[in-house]
Design a protein around this ligand. Structure first.
Ligand code: NAD
Length: 308
């Protein structure tokens, strides 16, 4: 495994992070045994960064991750979130995020997390997040229950807006840098370079579209994006390349991103994705695939209206 510094936090993180949303069965059913094997395989392969939320499987992912980590929790950087608790249930008030964080700690079987992030800031009022939510997270940091504070979300420009006005350490953007899109580099990466914050890129498979598996019904991407992803998957298969591996290699090569969060629900995916991260990128094939995506590159969906 390769590791990179996480902004100015002083910690190093594996270039592939374990995205635990899949353990909450957001992409399909997963057994307890599969969850434990996937987490165990990730730890054995040197993945030291795990990302979860009370929202994933409405607490199921946190419970499964806590159980699977067991005594190895101390060996890793554990990130969870606050503010999003159900499909349309958001509460970014200081009172709720502090109360719900205690419930997250219990499910994760720990008395601190390394990173606590405000989940999907586009669903809140930026003023409340800056003046109330982030100060609440800072109070948890002062109390020794949280090491670093962050924000997550879909629109890169909103993340930069909040990050330039409130004291945070890390930032997570999803579905804005992968084989189908690169608006993160226009709207966020320049800010990250000057701010010194740690950057996570999530959803290298565009929330599963580049996995070649069935698309979940909730996926917000418009038809033209689904079709572009299908063309990429087919072209990879024609060339004998695993589309998920290529998509992960592409994201891991990003110079500013500290870690790429991939959703993984079984041991085989973990092993395949770790191998992909250690393999050099075929730049020529990437250029060819850009032509396959063509004018369907950089297509976004409305958010918050259609965000997952
Ligand atoms: P993703 O793009 O990582 O795709 C995950 C899907 O791809 C799952 O169905 C998984 O089973 C499948 N997959 C993974 N490896 C595969 C392989 N080798 N072969 C075939 N299929 C494979 O999407 P994601 O899970 O949404 O994003 C990754 C993580 O990033 C999440 O788990 C979460 O931790 C984080 N994330 C956070 C936010 C947020 O905070 N707002 C949003 C999106 C993602």
């Amino acid at each position: 495994m390769k590791y990179k510094p996480l902004g100015q936090t002083g910690v190093s993180v594996s270039v592939v992070g374990f995205g635990a949303s899949a353990l909450g069965e957001v992409f399909g059913s997963v057994t307890d045994e599969e969850s434990e094997e996937a987490v165990g395989a990730a730890l054995d392969a040197g993945i030291n960064l795990f990302d979860v939320s009370p929202y994933y499987g409405i607490t199921l992912a946190e419970s499964r991750l806590g159980k699977a980590l067991g005594s190895r929790r101390e060996d890793i950087i554990l990130a969870t979130k606050c503010g999003r608790y159900g499909t349309n249930i958001f509460d970014f008030s200081a009172k709720t995020v502090i109360r719900e964080f205690e419930a997250s700690l219990a499910r994760l079987q720990t008395d601190y997390v390394d990173i606590l992030q405000v989940h999907d800031v586009e669903f809140g009022d930026p003023k409340q997040i800056i003046d109330e939510t982030i100060p609440a997270l800072q109070s948890l940091k002062e109390a020794g229950k949280v090491r670093f504070v962050g924000i997550t979300g879909y629109p890169p420009e909103l993340l930069a807006h909040i990050a330039s006005r409130a004291p945070i350490d890390v930032l997570l953007n999803y579905c804005h840098y992968n084989l189908l899109i690169d608006s993160m580099d226009e709207e966020l990466t320049p800010f990250m370079k000057t701010s010194g914050l740690g950057l996570f890129n999530a959803s290298p498979l565009h929330m599963g579209l580049l996995s070649g598996r069935e698309v979940p019904a909730w996926h917000p991407a418009p038809l033209r994006v689904l079709q572009a992803a299908h063309r990429v998957v087919e072209e990879c298969r024609r060339q004998g390349v695993a589309p998920a591996s290529l998509a992960i290699q592409f994201c891991v090569a990003h110079p500013v991103v500290a870690s790429t969060f991939v959703g993984m629900s079984n041991k085989a995916q973990v092993i395949s994705n770790v191998n992909a991260a250690m393999t050099d990128l075929d730049e020529e094939f990437i250029r060819y695939l850009a032509g396959v995506v063509g004018e369907d590159f950089n297509v976004v969906w409305p958010s918050p209206d259609g965000a997952a």
